[in-house]
Design a protein around this ligand. Structure first.
Ligand SMILES: NC(=O)c1ccc[n+]([C@@H]2O[C@H](COP(=O)([O-])OP(=O)(O)OC[C@H]3O[C@@H](n4cnc5c(N)ncnc54)[C@H](OP(=O)(O)O)[C@@H]3O)[C@@H](O)[C@H]2O)c1
Length: 314
């Protein structure tokens, strides 16, 4: 397994991080089963993956609960990351909230559900448009002093946030944003913000929510209700974008055959090679998917193949 130290921290993490969004079991289809998710976590640990990402909002706590069950007795082997700032409760409208009161309330729920007394990385999910950054950072520093969190990170920034955040350079350790062969429009911003804020980029949707695994084609993307990808907002599976993605998948399939790797592993390898300081987040539903994805680590694509993938996905 390849490991990288998150900037400004002593967290040595696998460059493949298991994403906990499908673990929330909400809106990811009917084929997500807790036992298989737990087996997938154990499979990941056996393969050397030590980094696990979740959020309190994934399945309104279900993802954190399942991850907590899966790592019970193995806490010393894993680096746990979660997120705060989506104020979601059943029956009330959801909004972003990075206020000190909400962060304090959220961390206690997160620790309880994960079954741990400290979190390694606590990430702001989105900016809320109202809480001053100084108040949020002060609260995170207090949580650090209290031993509830070890480090804190960012997610879903806009380039316009850079000036305000510059004052906190060296405090945050990571920055999550959507990035994959299917979604490169944020690339310049991710690189610039990561460099300027000195944070490790973490890519989400790294498999384009599954389209880059090679198992989807024009005839089988008719997801049922209960699968978020049926909605057009999940652009990777619809219209022109789907057709473009299937062209990328053709190249991925050819390379997968040449390198004797699963298609998903080549899609992951592209990010690892193209953004050499990054961590790649992938959500999985079962151990077989994890076993495919870990094959993205510990090798490199030839330069001409990286360029070919960059060109077809430009
Ligand atoms: N910061 C943020 O705002 C944010 C936003 C979104 C996600 N994230 C994080 O990033 C992680 C990754 O993103 P994501 O889970 O949305 O999308 P993703 O990793 O691009 O895709 C995950 C889906 O791809 C399919 N898949 C994965 N590996 C596969 C394999 N080897 N073979 C076949 N199918 C495979 C599975 O769905 P099917 O089997 O149903 O196709 C899985 O649920 C999340 O889990 C979460 O931790 C963060």
């Amino acid at each position: 397994m390849e490991y990288i130290r998150l900037k400004n921290s002593d967290l040595l993490v696998s460059r493949l991080c298991m994403g906990g969004c499908p673990m929330g079991r909400y809106d990811w289809g009917s084929d997500v089963v807790e036992n298989e998710l737990i087996d997938a976590v154990h499979c990941a640990i056996d393969c050397g993956v030590n980094f696990f990402d979740t959020a309190d909002t994934y399945g309104l706590g279900q993802s954190e609960e399942t991850l907590g069950k899966a790592v019970r007795g193995r806490r010393d082997k894993v680096v746990l990351a979660s997120k705060f700032g989506v104020h979601a409760k059943r029956g009330t409208p959801t909004f972003y909230d990075n206020s000190p009161a909400w962060i304090r309330r959220s961390i206690d729920g997160t620790l309880r559900r994960l079954g741990t007394d400290y979190l390694d990385l606590y990430q702001m999910h989105y900016r809320d448009g109202k809480t001053p950054l100084s108040e949020m950072v002060d609260t995170l520093e207090e949580l650090k002093r209290e031993g509830k969190i070890r480090y804190y990170g960012l997610s879903n920034l806009h380039i316009g946030d850079r000036d305000e955040l510059a004052a906190y350079k060296g405090r945050f350790v990571s920055l999550q944003d959507e990035y994959s062969l299917a979604q490169r429009k944020n690339e310049a911003d991710i690189l610039q913000l990561s460099r300027e804020l000195q944070v490790t980029p973490m890519t989400w949707g790294s498999l384009g929510q599954g389209i880059l695994t090679g198992k989807y084609h024009r005839g089988n993307v008719n997801f049922k209700a209960g699968d978020r990808r049926s909605r057009e907002i999940y652009v990777n599976f619809h219209g022109e974008k789907l057709l473009k993605n299937l062209k990328i998948v053709e190249v991925l399939k050819e390379l997968a055959q040449q390198y004797q790797k699963p298609v998903s592993a080549v899609a992951i390898r592209f990010i690892l090679d193209y953004l050499p300081e990054s961590v790649v987040l992938c959500g999985v539903k079962r151990p077989a998917q994890m076993l495919d994805n870990v094959q993205g680590c510990d090798w490199t694509l030839r330069r001409e193949d990286v360029e070919r993938l960059a060109a077809v996905s430009a």
